[in-house]
Write a protein that binds this ligand. Structure first.
Ligand SMILES: C[S@@+](CC[C@H](N)C(=O)[O-])C[C@H]1O[C@@H](n2cnc3c(N)ncnc32)[C@H](O)[C@@H]1O
Length: 307
């Protein structure tokens, strides 16, 4: 009788401990504040992401929400790149360290337990993501303001709202079809640019007001500030390289000037040529720094989340 009472006590104590453990684990998971649950990217998709970003040994790759570290580790193994993985879950970071050791790439990779929203990833030349469109959208202003122009961002399955990908592909494995998106961070060229340039009718001063929607450019050009504005066409910016065409009316005829240049802060250095002609002339423009505008706005509400 006494024996069975003892076993009952042990049984209930054990059950109580198990319930406490389950509740604590649940609280710990909630405390970790996962914005996205852990789902690993299949290896063939990892390889397609790295190929799409054209990763090389000179790259510094950041995987935001790195899971078991597979993207950072595969990049180091296949291309010799350096990599940093960020995950909020300590269990994942433990796995990353073990996997890096097994793959023999410990000297090229680092893993940190941190919240990706509070991480400085401005030194990245490649950023990889397997998050959610909503999280990508929240990160978007930070990508556009803090990453160097030309940085490649690759995302598994989730896009970036209104910022259209520069390239996207589908990868089919035995279970499902995966999308992979690539964006190249554009330089911010918004604002008022001026330059002077010889034309058929003498030296002229030009003013260009540029508006930018991610990698696409719109704007108006003025000659000597007095002529009617001329709309630019085909304007785009890929990393630091911009190009656009200005159509100049000269009496009844018109000529199309093709501008190409590299942006460095508030200067552009490049060339201009008349469409249909081979000769190029040097072109150098300066921006009034006070006219530069941010490329994106932070998410404030449901409406902006879906933009
Ligand atoms: C879908 S998994 C992707 C894992 C890995 N990047 C891959 O592609 O295999 C998302 C990861 O993000 C992590 N995560 C979720 N919210 C996070 C946050 N706020 N900061 C950092 N990591 C987070 C999760 O722990 C999970 O490992």
């Amino acid at each position: 009788m006494l024996q069975s009472k003892r076993w009952k006590k042990i049984f209930f104590f054990g059950l109580f401990s198990a319930i406490c453990f389950a509740l604590l684990s649940l609280a710990a998971i909630q405390e970790r504040n996962l914005d996205v649950p852990y789902v690993p990217t299949p290896e063939e998709v990892v390889e397609a992401m790295l190929a799409m970003a054209e990763v090389s040994k000179d790259d510094v790759l950041y995987d935001l929400g790195c899971g078991d570290g597979r993207i950072v580790i595969t990049a180091a193994k296949m291309y010799g790149s350096r990599g940093i993985g960020i995950d909020i879950d300590p269990q994942r970071i433990k796995e990353c360290h073990e996997n890096a050791r097994k793959a023999g790439v410990e000297s090229r990779v680092q893993f940190f337990q941190a919240d990706l929203f509070e991480t400085d990833f401005s030194k990245a030349s490649v950023v990889t993501l397997y998050l959610l469109t909503e999280i990508n959208r929240r990160l978007r202003p930070k990508f556009l303001e803090e990453l160097n122009p030309g940085t490649r961002i690759v995302s598994h399955d989730f896009n970036m709202g209104k910022w259209r990908a520069d390239k996207d592909i589908l990868i089919e494995d035995e279970w499902e079809v995966h999308s992979v998106y690539l964006w190249i961070v554009p330089a911010n060229v918004t604002g008022t640019w001026t330059w002077s340039m010889p034309t058929g009718s003498g030296n002229k001063n030009f003013t260009l007001n540029l508006e930018q929607s991610f990698q696409y450019l719109n704007g108006e050009a003025f000659e000597n500030k007095v002529s009617l504005p001329v709309t630019i066409s085909g304007g785009q910016i890929i990393g630091n390289t911009l190009s656009f065409t200005v159509e100049r009316k000269q009496g009844r005829s018109s000529e199309r000037l093709i501008f190409e240049g590299n942006v460095l802060g508030h200067s552009i250095v490049g060339t201009v040529k008349t469409e249909g002609h081979e000769n190029t002339r040097r072109w150098e423009a300066k921006r009034d720094p006070s006219t530069r505008l941010p490329l994106d706005s932070p998410v404030k509400d449901f409406y902006t989340l879906n933009q």
